[in-house]
Unconditional design. Structure first.
Ligand SMILES: [Cu+2]
Length: 112
């Protein structure tokens, strides 16, 4: 009986726990934040080292998305106070925009 309960509960319970562990395991300097406010990505351009996880937080009261021009990452629709995170492993310049409001643009520059 117990193993049946565990098999049902584990996939649901593990997903958020795993995400938290990954965030906790990352060095402090390997995390950067972009805040969305007033239909603007702030900072609009951000330079990080390869391996850095960038987290976008929607501070607006309307939903947004974060979509890479080269399609290397794409968020779901992010509502108010929701987040999207992506870890940049390859150096390069990654231009992105909001697919709902395409005039919203930003750039992540990844250095080796
Ligand atoms: Cu938007």
């Amino acid at each position: 009986m117990l193993h049946i309960l565990l098999r049902r509960a584990l996939p649901v319970a593990l997903a958020p726990a795993t995400a938290l562990l990954l965030i906790a395991a990352a060095p402090a300097q390997a995390a950067q934040t972009v805040t969305i406010g007033n239909f603007t990505f702030g900072p609009e351009a951000l330079t990080v080292k390869a391996g850095t996880t960038v987290t976008w937080i929607n501070g607006d009261d309307v939903p947004h998305t974060i979509v890479a021009v080269d399609k290397s990452f794409r968020s779901r629709v992010i509502d108010t106070d929701e987040r999207f995170a992506f870890t940049f492993t390859k150096p390069g310049a990654y231009a992105y925009f909001c697919s709902i409001h395409p005039h919203m643009t930003g750039k992540i520059v990844v250095t080796p």
